[in-house]
Ligand binder design. Sequence first.
Ligand code: GSH
Length: 211
Amino acid sequence: MSSVEIIGLPQSTYLRAVRIACEEKGVPYEIRPARPHSPEILAVHPLGKMPGFRHGDFELCESSAIARYLDAAFAGPRLFPADARAGAVAEKWVSMVNTHMDRTLVRQYLFAYVFPQTPDKSPDRRAIDAVADEMRAQLALLDGAVAETGYLAGDGYSFADMNLMPILAYLKQPPESAEAIAALPHLSAYAERNAARPSFLATEPPPTPRG
Ligand SMILES: N[C@@H](CCC(=O)N[C@@H](CS)C(=O)NCC(=O)O)C(=O)O
């Protein structure tokens, strides 16, 4: 069967999570660059979000669903643990990060740096200050979550971690979040250890164009 296509921009945290999943499983893939809401994305995601995914005549969207498909359709290490409890915990963290933390950590905090709504495009201080306490609280929650085993679910690297790592990599750049992570021993060790994985190194995104 044809190789896997991942559709979207490599700067997307969700797209990187799917790439990491392919790398971890040894699934060959190609990236088809496309912007959100472009015809290429709308062909596979009715809401215009990336990543889109194609495998032969099968089209899919939503990063977690794509990871589930990769697990079921391909050999290689499991992305979601087979154990009932660890698998459910992995799903819990994917859901918690995507439905709650992404809004705080990425859309509100990081976007105030990367896509500021200020007249001169300088970081949006008001938006950063407004979300800083919540950002620190969520990072502290994650520190507790990885304290016991060094992973979000069970005792191995799962899609829950692959989904979080691209966000943590961006959060290590601006000062407030970089300091917050550095002050959290479990989370900083987790971020450093998993950033050294070949799947993570192979999926380093290019810089985000500003403006
Ligand atoms: N739940 C989706 C979220 C995808 C998503 O929000 N992608 C962002 C890029 S990181 C996007 O396409 N944003 C454009 C928009 O919302 O208009 C998934 O897991 O794939």
